[in-house]
Design a protein. Structure first.
Lengths: 211, 472
């Protein structure tokens, strides 16, 4: 069997025995700087804009709803089951469909909708990144198939960066089968290094920080 | 074989458009990286490189342990690990699974490992449609070419090439605006994603403590490949392991910056197993193919084992003065540039392309930019030694050996050296102090002529250094 053949070759090459323990792996220093919430939010919004995304600070859930409503005029949208979107009243906006639990139905709608609306489990201030964990609240395809993605994030979810994320979530696999970090709109530079947005994923991304 | 390498090199050097394309693309990537690793952008860059090297060394030195840990964690999350020794075993596994599930259409996201085992061709032989979905890779698949560069696979093609290609193969109007070309590809590939039965990805990292496959990309095609079809198969070399999810704090900061100057690529997917209870979408089956294909051979050589630390960022290609002239297709295998020059002979056997380790000026730029600090020049020198030792065993290239023996002897005898130098100065050209492009008749011996075909001969000085020194 190839499994044993390969493992045996590896052990022989390394001079190790089956079941032999290991030395402690080198420690990784995670640096989590103390950054106050407002500075983080400012950094996040700046980073999103630098990536050609659109960012918005909404003081209240009503403000967030108004902003999303204005972006959605004349468009169809799929919203995730994130409780925060319900809290903001975004699922009741005109043209928005939500509450999907069936993969096929969700996928069919995502394939035709103009906009996908999600919350995010976290956002990373230094890189302008959204962190999406697949769950009953968040499906994978909503932030992927429609040409526009709007993420509405409560302000306490804004972390300083990757190191803080991996400090809070040292083992993401214990919580989800899929953790995706989204940093700006989909892009390619495969032809003559010319930047094109929205080649497969959404070409337009809006990040709304609420609170 | 050697002639083929030389021929390809000369074809590339003679192609002015290609030279410009390579120069521009690599210059841009060099510039992007440079700005991303400055002290202001990433203050602990050098420390991260040291950590990345230590982590890779630790993992590779205990690879059996981490393979088993990874396998146990994938299994615990409902996925399956499949070990494959070579290309045939990978193809057989995919074909077997496709047949069992009645699959016809496969979408693929960029994977050098599947290029390495010619997976598409093998699947197409069995009437499976296997579609590349990364824009660059899709273009290359339509053009029946292999990647020119690890991260910029189609850098040698212009928008006009792509326009012709799309018109010819997709039956669309000849479109030369890049934005529109991307939309054409998006529309064709979107239908493939939605209809595909199986998605095949590579893996940038395999995370042992999580049983997770980590993928970085900018387009979203890897996310679609791993989210839309019912089955996800990740194909990865056994060297891709890292111990813990937390180690990504080191590797992710280095990979995007070294490759394209991005702090993080647009999408980073951390995937551990099939969709779980309650999750709305995602694949129902999850497989990780762990490929040997010569890696264990390489592992046995402690001196060159570090070749397996590579995270495929492509920085060494961009910074290599040789790659920047001879391009990606001159190299005999899918891996090009300095990293290709050290892993190709080790994977395929040194006799496969013995001139490869010599196609380097040993300037050290590759080692300087390598995010995991692989000492590529040192490995190149080791490989050169191996090539020469093999020649000695086979009794070939005796002349070179003799010349170097004489050279060594002369260099060890100052008086004889001086006499030889004076004689050489006598025959060497000194045409008004100009550098000469060709050897005078007296020096027109084949080895000298070959050497001079790429180099200018410096004029002989009126007085040697030794003479000047004595007069001080």
């Amino acid at each position: 069997m190839s499994r044993d053949a390969i493992l045996n070759k590896v052990r022989t090459a390394l001079g190790r025995n089956s079941g032999q323990g290991i030395a402690e792996p080198p420690q990784v220093r995670l640096r989590v700087d103390e950054v106050d919430t407002e500075t983080r939010i400012a950094s996040l919004l700046r980073a999103v804009e630098a990536l050609a995304g659109k960012s918005r600070r909404a003081a209240t859930t009503a403000d967030a709803r108004a902003y999303v409503g204005a972006v959605l005029v004349g468009k169809t949208a799929v919203a995730s089951n994130a409780p925060f979107l319900r809290e903001c009243g975004i699922v009741e906006l005109a043209g928005v469909q939500s509450g999907f639990t069936d993969a096929a139905a969700l996928r069919a709608l995502c394939a035709t909708a103009d906009v996908g609306i999600t919350s995010a489990d976290y956002a990373l201030a230094d890189t302008g990144t959204l962190v999406m964990l697949a769950s009953p609240a968040e499906a994978r395809l909503i932030s992927l198939l429609p040409p526009m993605h709007i993420a509405v994030v409560p302000k306490d979810r804004v972390l300083s960066g990757l190191d803080e994320l991996l400090t809070i979530l040292p083992r993401p696999a214990e919580q989800t089968s899929s953790m995706v970090l989204i940093t700006g709109p989909s892009r390619t530079a495969d032809i003559e290094q010319i930047l094109v947005r929205g080649v497969h994923g959404p070409g337009e991304i809006h990040v709304v920080v609420v609170g | 074989m050697s002639a083929t390498f030389d021929e390809k090199v000369h074809t590339t050097l003679a192609d002015a458009n290609l030279q410009l394309a390579i120069y521009k693309a690599t210059a841009r990537l060099i510039d992007h990286r440079k700005h991303a690793v400055t002290a202001a952008a990433l203050p602990d860059y050098q420390e991260l490189r040291t950590q990345a090297n230590a982590l890779k060394k630790h993992t590779i030195d205990h690879l059996d342990y981490y393979l088993e840990q990874f396998e146990a964690n994938v299994t615990a999350h409902g996925g399956k690990v499949v070990y494959c020794q070579d290309a045939t075993e990978v193809a057989d596994f995919v074909l077997g699974l496709a047949k069992e599930r009645g699959a016809h259409l496969i979408v693929k996201s960029k994977s050098m490992t599947t290029e390495e085992v010619d997976l598409n061709e093998r699947l197409e032989h069995h009437d499976l449609e296997s579609v590349e979905t990364d824009l660059g890779e899709y273009i290359l698949q339509l053009a029946h070419q292999r990647p020119y560069h690890i991260v910029a696979p189609a850098l040698h093609l212009t928008r006009y090439d792509v326009g012709d290609l799309f018109a010819r193969t997709l039956g669309v109007a000849n479109e030369t605006v890049v934005e529109k070309q991307a939309l054409i590809a998006r529309a064709v590939l979107r239908q493939k994603f939605l209809a595909a039965d199986i998605g095949i990805s590579g893996a940038n990292f395999l995370v042992a403590d999580s049983g997770a496959v980590l993928l970085v990309e900018n387009e979203g095609n890897a996310r679609l490949t791993t989210s839309a079809p019912k089955i996800h198969i990740a194909v990865a070399g056994i060297e891709k392991l890292i111990p813990r999810a937390q180690d990504l704090a080191v590797f992710l900061k280095l990979l995007g910056r070294s490759a394209t100057g991005q702090a993080l690529t647009v999408y980073t997917s951390f995937l551990s197993g099939p969709r779980r209870a309650g999750e709305i979408d995602g694949p129902e089956e999850f497989y990780v193919v762990l490929l040997d294909n010569g890696r264990t051979k390489l592992l046995a050589d402690a001196g060159k084992r570090e070749s397996l630390y590579c995270i495929r960022c492509g920085a060494c290609l961009n910074h290599c003065p040789v790659y920047r002239k001879i391009g990606g297709h001159s190299f005999p295998w899918v891996y090009s540039g300095p990293i290709g020059a050290i892993i190709t002979p080790q994977f395929m056997g040194i006799e496969h392309e013995p001139s490869l380790p010599f196609a380097s000026s040993l300037c050290g730029a590759c080692a300087e930019v390598c995010p995991v600090k692989i000492d590529i020049p040192k490995v190149l020198l080791d490989l050169r030694t191996e090539v020469k030792q093999a020649e000695e065993r086979r009794g070939v290239n005796r002349l070179e050996r003799l010349v170097f023996k004489i050279w060594a002897w002369v260099m060890c005898h100052p008086r004889i050296y001086e006499m030889a130098a004076r004689m050489a100065a006598g025959v060497a050209p000194s045409e008004n102090g100009k550098w000469l492009r060709s050897a005078p008749a007296a020096m027109n011996l084949p080895p000298v002529r070959a050497w001079l075909s790429q180099r200018d001969l410096p004029p002989a000085p009126a007085k040697s250094f030794r003479e000047l020194w004595r007069k001080r």
